[in-house]
Design a protein around this ligand. Sequence first.
Ligand SMILES: [Zn+2]
Length: 302
Amino acid sequence: MKRINLLGAGLAVACLALASTVAPTAATAGAAPAGPRLVAGEAHGQVRPHAASKRGSRTPNMTYHGGVIMPSASSQAIFWGTSWGTNSGDKVTGMDSWYAGFGGSNYAKTPAEYTGSNGSVGNSLTYAGHVVDTSAASGGGSTSAILAEVAKNITNPDPTGNGYYPVYTDLPRGNAGYCAWHSSGSINGVRVQFAFFWKLDGDSGCDPQDTSGLHSQGLAAIANVSGHELSEAMSDPASPGAWYDGSGAENGDKCAWTFGGPLVTLSNGSQWKIQGEWSNAAYTTGTGYPNSSGQPGCVGGL
Ligand SMILES: [Zn+2]
């Protein structure tokens, strides 16, 4: 889902990874506290379920909207919250491994078909490790609050504008209808992409139900939505937007809570249960697996 938000820092785009048990209606998503704000009349600000397309009617494929994509990515993860200093479990080391293995993986290659005004989506990601901020986290519903947290911790963002900074908080989701979101903004005039994640421990609405035994449930849950957000950031990072469909759904949204196989293997050999991503090409050629609306355009990147 795509939103246009007017921030002090300028235009930003956010996409929510909706909780699996929450119907993605406008009313639900709009209930996010102080959250990303819909601009009235933005056609792609509408949030609604992906209607099953009737044969012969409008294609479910995404279309290009004129903006940039991410031809490469450089990333640092930010773990924000008082509990990260003493009680991180396997999440910090696990997400370090996730990002270290993402670049060059088959999963990272799933958006390779999408091009923008600055080239084609690339599959490289340079991971510079994590930062821990043990101040109290807050502002999960606010893109400006999370951008401020990124700016506090990332003083020299990737000058090419391809920095991606995920913020993992220790805040439980509560009644929010989404598990995570991504957005963009600028720090000292440099475009950055960033994302926000709730703590998803014991949160059945955001649980991919990874039974591999490789990770704690909370780590497996943030790993899954990390794939969703990063893939969307790569193919639709900023305003005015690049690739999304007629409902405003990005590649992650269109395949949310569906999986191409038991586990994705990243380039460092680490394995994760991560949702698939929409491929226009796979849908067109009939080689994808079906999303939750039965549209066979998802690829697993296994
Ligand atoms: Zn999304």
